[in-house]
Structures are given as structure tokens and as C-alpha cells.
Design a protein around this ligand. Structure first.
Ligand code: GUN
Length: 294
């Protein structure tokens, strides 16, 4: 079994962005600028946004995090997004999900200018992905693709089973794996909460991608020997013996599945770190589009 190392792989991607950016900066260009908007006090969201900020700054990007109170109205948020949309110095813009109940998340997603939508959630970017056109792809599935590529994992003609159909991960993941690209061209099955006899599908997977948000759901008896197993789950499990008060658990029962898999991602240290690298890569792409640097 080979461990798919998110720390090392994401670092290679970040180093490559930094190298290219350094040459732009030494030619007198401005830095890329990512804006993240956080509404409310959700603990996990705060951690994610902090990490996006820390990583952006480490790469030499400008980072703005707008922390808004839970009471922010939908109208106020839309007004703020529109002001960033027309600001030529801002390359990437994201609104951290989940949002408070009184805000229509779908409407917010559609308010972000598609050319700054580094999360790839806008209908235009989702539509481009569905058609195989160039746009922004959601960071977690993009990070998984970068991981498969980094390890040279053959995907062409393989059976990829994606468990989970969310708009953020499962659905774009299935589109990427079936698309006509070097590390795509898989035959894809999507399983979800209504799938009957789910293990009959997961057992056929050459590449199994678990993105359902149920800790430890995928057990060894559901996995074909030699499968590549990608664990997208990162559920916080309460644990008072830890300083943070929790630990992270994936959707895959790592202990048992790692004995059967050919490759497997750990949690933490796997896909989560790739998500950040993919977001930075999307932001750098938005910057290069914005300044015509291709
Ligand atoms: N919440 C969970 N994942 C994501 C993500 O990739 N982007 C944003 N904006 N919010 C999220």
C-alpha cells in the first residue's frame, strides 16, 4: 500500500505556483488577491478560512478575509460581493459555506462574477465542467485530480465509483473522472444515500472516492483488493482528551481498508491539504486571466 501524501504533494504544487509568481513580481507586477467572506461563527468554517488566508500569504498572495456577523442580511452580502466583482485588483472571491439560514446560498453563489469564482460553484463554471470546457473547478475534486496526476495513477478505462453526489464534491468529481483528459476517461458510477446494496458497486471500483460525510462508512469488505481509495471525508469527532476538543475522521475506515488498497489517502494529511493547493491554483489562474499572463 502506498500512502497518497497530501502534505508533500500540495507543497510541490504550492512551490511551483510560488516560483512562477516570483518571476511575475520581479517583473513589477502586482500580487494575486483572494477575498474570502465568512458570515457567522461556525467553528469549522473559521478554521478553513484561516487556513486559506495563511496559505495565500505564504505564497505571496494578498489575502482579505471579511468576517461578517451572523446578523448580516442577504442584501448587505450581495452588495459587498458586487463591489468586489467590479474591483479590478481582486482576482478571486469566495463565500465560505454554510451560510446562516436566512441567506439563500444558491443566490449568493450566482452573484459572484464567474471569472472570480475560484470555488467553481457558479452555474456557468459548473456548466463548463459538465461540457468539458475550460472554467473554474471546485477545489476539492480538483485537488483529488492533482493527487492522481502527481502519483501517475492510471485512470483511463478504469471503473471509478464516487460515493456522494454533493455539488461541491461528488458531482463535479464524477464529471472530472469521466471527462476526456489525461487523468480522466474513467467509467464512472455515482452512489448516494438512496443506492440499494451500495457495496455491490464499491466492490467493483478500481478507484473509490468517498465523499459522503459519514465517518468510517467505507469498510474493508466494501473494497476490491488493489483499489485506489480516496477519502474526502473530514468529520470532526468530539474528544475531550485533545486540546482542540476534537479529532478528524474520514469516510473510510483507514485501519482495515489500508490493508486492501494499493493507494490510499490518510485523514488528516490527504485530500484536505490538496483542496487548499487547488484553491490557490484557481486563484493564480484567475490572476493570470485577469492580467493576461498566459
Ligand atoms: N464549505 C465546505 N467546502 C467549501 C468550499 O470548498 N468552499 C467554500 N466556499 N465553502 C465550503
Amino acid at each position: 500500500m502506498i500512502l497518497l501524501d497530501g502534505k508533500a504533494t500540495s507543497q510541490i504544487i504550492k512551490d511551483s505556483i510560488k516560483n512562477e509568481l516570483d518571476s511575475f513580481i520581479s517583473n513589477g507586477l502586482r500580487k494575486p488577491h483572494l477575498v474570502a467572506i465568512l458570515v457567522g461563527e461556525d467553528g469549522a468554517s473559521r478554521t478553513y478560512v484561516d487556513s486559506k488566508e495563511r496559505n495565500s500569504i505564504a505564497l505571496g498572495f494578498n489575502s482579505t478575509v471579511l468576517r461578517l456577523p451572523d446578523s448580516t442580511s442577504q442584501e448587505e452580502l450581495i452588495k459587498i460581493i458586487k463591489s468586489y466583482n467590479v474591483n479590478p485588483e481582486i482576482d478571486g472571491l469566495l463565500v465560505q459555506s454554510p451560510l446562516p439560514k436566512h441567506i439563500n446560498e444558491s443566490l449568493i453563489t450566482q452573484t459572484i462574477a464567474p471569472e472570480k469564482d475560484v470555488d467553481g460553484f457558479h452555474d456557468i463554471n459548473m456548466g463548463k465542467l459538465a461540457k468539458g470546457d475550460e472554467g473554474f473547478v471546485s477545489a476539492t475534486p480538483l485537488g483529488v485530480m492533482m493527487m492522481l496526476e502527481a502519483y501517475g495513477i492510471e485512470t483511463k478505462g478504469k471503473h471509478c465509483v464516487v460515493v456522494g453526489r454533493s455539488n461541491i464534491v461528488g458531482r463535479p468529481m464524477s464529471l472530472l473522472m469521466s471527462s476526456n483528459r489525461k487523468f480522466g476517461n474513467s467509467t464512472v458510477t455515482i452512489c448516494h444515500s438512496q443506492t440499494i446494496n451500495i457495496e455491490s458497486y464499491t466492490l467493483q471500483a478500481d478507484i473509490l472516492i468517498a465523499a459522503l460525510g459519514k465517518p468510517g462508512f467505507i469498510t474493508a469488505d466494501m473494497v476490491k483488493p488493489g483499489a485506489v481509495v480516496i477519502d474526502v471525508g473530514i468529520t470532526r469527532i468530539e474528544d475531550s482528551s485533545r486540546k482542540s476538543g476534537f479529532y478528524l475522521k474520514g469516510d473510510v475506515d483507514f485501519q482495515s481498508v489500508s490493508e486492501k488498497a494499493s493507494y490510499i489517502t490518510p485523514v488528516p494529511g490527504g485530500v484536505g491539504l490538496m483542496t487548499i493547493a487547488a484553491l490557490l491554483s484557481n486563484t493564480f489562474k484567475a490572476y493570470k486571466n485577469n492580467l493576461n499572463l498566459w
